[in-house]
Structures are given as structure tokens and as C-alpha cells.
Design a protein around this ligand. Structure first.
Ligand SMILES: Nc1ncnc2c1ncn2[C@@H]1O[C@H](COP(=O)(O)OP(=O)(O)OP(=O)(O)O)[C@@H](O)[C@H]1O
Ligand SMILES: [Mg+2]
Length: 214
């Protein structure tokens, strides 16, 4: 982005606020009819998420975010996307050690999980099962997200975190999700690795310091 102050993230946030306000007003209107209250609530949650994502681009907070809360938000976010894009809901299994926290922006971590969950759902459109693991040992947090899909094609495995690497033809797909995941993880001082597992499925492993830098 250029150095022009009108083209900064703050400028983008300012203009996106108009979008969020419009959507919020539309949700308020919809919520006056009981038939649309579920849709109105989904729009409200989506607006709040959009606002949090924009805020996360400018905030410098490094508070510890509770992993369970971040996962709850990411699961709800993913379910909203799948419901309204006619995807099949994911079955989750969590094995999360007590007290694991992720430093930095909770909204950024939510983006990491949502991108990984959506990929799992898209790889296995008939009903993905996602196993989430989290441990903290000797100050190192290890997160694993494993699915029961067909696994990652060998041809793209070495470059999977590069931008524009995709096997999907659907509208709007740009092969950016995993690039975003890697960028956020590395901004927090961590690394992410993608592998296939036997007999099937992909597994993503994130390793980072418990008190990683934001
Ligand atoms: N869990 C998974 N199982 C199988 N293949 C996967 C999985 N996650 C990612 N991939 C493969 O990696 C590619 C890149 O994923 P990435 O999330 O970066 O982009 P995308 O999903 O294609 O598009 P976008 O995320 O921008 O909408 C996917 O197109 C898919 O081929
Ligand atoms: Mg993706």
C-alpha cells in the first residue's frame, strides 16, 4: 500500500464502517419479523466479526486470549459460513489442555482456525470431521487441526502456504487462506506445517511460544 495517509488501514477501516453500518441496519429491519430473526442474528455476528478483523489490523494488544473462547468463536463463524453457503456442518472433536492461551489478537487467531476449518469442510463436502488438539509444554504451545478428507494433493504440498496456490475453481477462491494462516502464525513468533496422515486426511501443526510476540 502507498504511503498516502488516505490509503492506510485506518482509511480502509473508516470506509468499511459504512458497510458494517448498512448491514447492521439491514439486520435490525429483518429482526422485526420473527421469520428472519435467525438470519438477522447471523448478520449481526458477521458484522461484529468483520469489525474485529479490521480492529485486529491496527491493534497492538498482546493479552493472552483464552483458546477455548477463540475456538468457540471460530466454530460459530465457520458454521455461519457453511450454513449460508449450503455447506455441510463439521463434526468437531477437541482435546485441549487446560489453560492454553494464545497471545496477540484473538480476532487474528480466529481467522487462522476459520481458514483451516473451511478448508477441511471444502475438502470433504459430505461431512468433515475435524480433530483439534492443543498442548502446552515447556512454554511451547502445539496446536493440531486434523481432518478426515482426501489429504493434500502431493503436487501442491511443498508450496501450499504460498499465495495463489489453489485446486478450487469456485468463485472467490484465491488460494490465500493458508497464506493468511502462515502470516498470522509467523507474526506471533510461530511456525505452521502441513502434512498428510494415514490412512487419510490432512494435519496442520502450529508451534509457538506460550508468550509469543504480537
Ligand atoms: N484440509 C485440506 N485437505 C485437503 N486439501 C487441502 C486442505 N487444506 C488446503 N488444501 C489444499 O490447499 C489449497 C490451498 O488452500 P488455501 O486455503 O490456501 O486456498 P483455497 O482454500 O484454495 O482458497 P481460499 O482459502 O483463498 O478461499 C486448497 O485449494 C486445497 O487444494
Ligand atoms: Mg482456503
Amino acid at each position: 500500500m502507498s504511503g498516502d495517509s488516505g490509503l492506510t488501514v485506518e482509511g480502509l477501516a473508516h470506509d468499511l464502517n459504512n458497510v458494517f453500518e448498512t448491514l447492521s441496519e439491514a439486520a435490525e429491519l429483518l429482526s422485526t419479523d420473527a421469520k428472519w430473526s435467525r438470519v438477522a442474528n447471523t448478520i449481526r455476528r458477521s458484522v461484529r466479526r468483520g469489525e474485529r478483523i479490521v480492529e485486529s489490523l491496527t491493534e497492538t494488544i498482546s493479552d493472552a486470549g483464552d483458546l477455548c473462547e477463540i475456538l468457540d468463536n471460530a466454530v460459530q463463524h465457520t458454521e455461519d459460513v457453511l450454513t449460508f453457503t449450503r455447506g455441510t456442518a463439521i463434526q468437531y472433536a477437541r482435546q485441549v489442555a487446560d489453560g492454553v492461551t494464545l497471545s496477540g489478537s484473538p480476532a487474528a487467531w480466529e481467522r487462522v482456525f476459520v481458514n483451516l476449518f473451511l478448508n477441511a469442510a471444502q475438502a470433504n463436502p459430505h461431512g468433515a470431521e475435524v480433530a483439534i488438539g492443543a498442548t502446552c509444554e515447556d512454554g511451547v504451545v502445539t496446536l493440531t487441526i486434523a481432518d478426515n478428507g482426501p489429504g493434500i494433493p502431493a503436487s501442491i504440498l511443498p508450496t501450499i502456504f504460498d499465495p495463489n496456490v489453489t485446486t478450487k475453481k469456485s468463485r472467490g477462491r484465491r488460494g490465500l487462506g493458508l497464506h493468511i494462516v502462515q502470516s498470522i502464525v509467523s507474526e506471533h513468533g510461530g511456525t505452521v506445517v502441513a502434512e498428510n496422515r494415514q490412512p487419510r486426511g490432512a494435519i496442520f501443526t502450529v508451534t509457538l511460544p506460550q508468550t509469543g510476540v504480537a
